[in-house]
Design a protein around this ligand. Structure first.
Ligand code: WTA
Length: 570
């Protein structure tokens, strides 16, 4: 397909080529308070700075779900996040402590998360759909000292088996089993709205810990520091193209990195009105949200766009979405077909953006002022050098496929993998480069084209799932002897999870057993980790050292040659 040319209008990134050559990250720093004081707090920069700049009465948060419709100004959020910070300090939270939020999207979630950061602690967002074992793994690994949650989700937190978890803050009416428990609403009410709520931090102090999956081992704690705000701020300006009077909606949950970097920091660092919709996806509700709030800039994901594409026509026809001016996507490959449909259905180009939990912020993107090549992720933002490397770490010429890598040292880059130096080092296998694990190529005009993952990480509906965690759980089921898990291509979800299992003696593979195993995974890990397909094999392909060869399973599934089988056991 031809290039899609930019729309007319003033865009925040005007002259890409020129900016690419002239920009340095230190150009951005004077925006923030540390320029004057040397100390900083990202939550202050998100909220208080705007209240101090005379924007206190502007709407910061527009929240809606089936039962609630609320708006909070910057001044109101300044006060409530101060109260939250006071609350955390009062119950004993100290600088650097890991404090988790585990609850459905609601104003309280956002207030708690910013309160944690104001108090100088490291916020650990947990997606509300996680079940007990997934929650346990993350709280255990991070040695979390506190969690904010709802009474409904409490049964998924094995707090009696987590000695570090000493403070549990409950959002909602509940019994309080013992002294570890606090009422969010009572503590908030008892806390002052002003005073010394904010802990002033060094830019390299911890801010947020996002757990994400790799292909081996447990989920990894990706550790980000306050300094990331430089890039959150600047990319939200350039790529989201946010301006003061925009109404912005990012559909991601803060349990995933998009929901924090661009559901909290990007818009609020720019002082923009941020829309949050609670509840689940439905085409009517989503278009209704755009209409209700007059959303101008919308950031979502390919699976959502594909679901909207296949929704009944009247969903779109019944809504007035004419307020939209800029639409973006992230998390998985954005099919050219979806971009084409977006032009027809919305009259807008859908701008693809590429980045990862580990990168903290956008790196390769399509810009409102630049032509789009549908199917391409776009070009590196100014201040970022991206390259395609061969297996020796040499840069490859255009059109050759290799490792997508970024020159290390950008502001929002992760600073460590929590308590796992070895995993952290794996990313920097080629000296000076961050190696993403994605394969891609670059064309002669500098556009990057995503080709796939070069490890076994599964991307289902934009959510990153590690096969190892599911395999480990599968073999805990009494019937399952061995398990291998792969991503199987799927039109709607990009990939679905498929498990191959062998059974212990005395079990036969039936539909009932399959459902039982799926329910087991759903109740122990989470709904999005459930293998939609389970296939029985008498034996799984293994290396001589006993490792299951997912590569071979995938080749079988796709009916492709399995490649080098010299390490396979007879
Ligand atoms: C994939 C989400 C194709 C990629 C922000 C990456 C993409 C992983 C794109 C990170 C894109 C993300 N096109 N693939 N525009 N954006 N991915 O950590 O494989 O949840 O490595 O971060 O998603 O997923 P994560």
């Amino acid at each position: 397909m031809d290039k899609l040319m930019p729309s007319a209008g003033d865009h925040q990134l005007q002259n890409y080529e020129q900016m690419r050559d002239s920009f340095t990250w230190s150009d951005v720093e004077p925006v923030f308070s540390w320029y004057k004081s040397g100390k900083v707090n990202a939550a202050y920069e998100c909220i208080d700075r705007h209240a101090a700049d005379g924007k206190g009465d502007q709407t910061a948060l527009l929240y809606s779900d089936k039962n609630r419709n609320e708006s909070h100004t910057f001044e109101e959020l300044r006060k409530s996040t101060n109260q939250a910070a006071h609350m955390f300090k009062k119950i004993g939270i100290q600088k650097g402590d890991r404090v988790f939020v585990f609850m459905p999207r609601s104003p309280e979630l956002y207030i708690a998360l910013l309160g944690i950061i104001k108090a100088g602690a490291v916020a650990g967002p947990l997606f509300e759909a996680f079940m007990k074992e997934a929650v346990r793994a993350r709280l255990e690994d991070s040695e979390a000292v506190s969690i904010v949650t709802t009474p409904e989700l409490l049964e998924r937190i094995p707090y009696d088996e987590l000695p570090d978890l000493k403070k549990i803050v409950l959002v909602g009416e509940s019994e309080y089993p013992d002294k570890r428990f606090y009422s969010f609403y009572d503590e908030m009410k008892a806390s002052p709205t002003d005073g010394n709520a904010i802990e002033w931090m060094d830019r390299e102090d911890g801010m947020i810990l996002h757990y994400t999956s790799g292909s081996t081992g447990k989920p990894k704690g990706v550790y980000h520091v306050h300094n990331a705000m430089i890039q959150h701020y600047q990319t939200a300006k350039w790529v989201l193209d946010l301006k003061e009077d925009d109404i912005y909606w990012c559909t991601a949950d803060p349990g995933w990195v998009t929901g924090t970097s661009y559901g909290i920091f990007g818009p609020w660092l720019n002082g923009v009105t941020n829309v949050v919709r609670g509840g689940r996806f439905s085409p009517e509700d989503w278009y209704g949200t755009i209409e209700q709030h007059g959303v101008t800039v919308w950031y979502s994901a390919p699976t959502a766009f594909r679901m909207l594409m296949s929704a009944p026509k009247h969903a779109l026809e019944n809504a007035d979405i004419s307020s939209l001016r800029h639409v973006l996507s992230v998390g998985e490959p954005l099919n050219p077909e979806v971009v084409r449909w977006g032009m027809e259905a919305y009259g807008h180009r859908i701008h693809d953006t590429w980045w990862m939990t580990e990168t903290g912020a956008m790196l390769i993107c399509n810009y409102p002022s630049e032509p789009i090549k549908p199917g391409s992720m776009g070009k590196p933002i100014p201040g970022i050098k991206a390259a395609i490397l061969d297996n020796q770490g040499n840069e490859m010429p255009p059109h050759e496929m290799g490792h997508l890598a970024i020159k290390s040292g950008w502001p929002s880059q992760m600073r460590s993998i929590w308590k796992n130096e070895a995993k952290f080092k794996d990313y920097f296998y080629f000296k000076g480069w961050y190696v993403s694990g994605d394969t891609a190529y670059r064309d002669e005009e500098g556009y990057f084209w995503f080709q796939g993952r070069n490890d076994d990480v599964i991307n289902t509906a934009g959510e990153r799932v590690g096969p190892f965690e599911i395999e480990s759980k599968l073999v805990e089921h009494p019937a399952v002897a061995e398990a291998g898990v792969i991503g199987k291509p799927d039109e709607l979800r990009g990939e679905i999870i498929k498990a191959f299992i062998s059974l212990n003696d005395g079990y036969t593979f039936t539909d009932e057993l399959k459902t039982e195993i799926q329910t087991f995974i759903k109740s122990e890990l989470s709904a999005h980790a459930v293998p939609r397909e389970i296939e029985f094999k008498k034996q799984l392909p293994k290396t001589r050292s006993g490792k299951i060869m997912r590569r071979v399973l995938k080749a079988w599934e796709l009916d492709e040659p399995a490649g080098d089988l010299s390490t396979m056991d007879d």
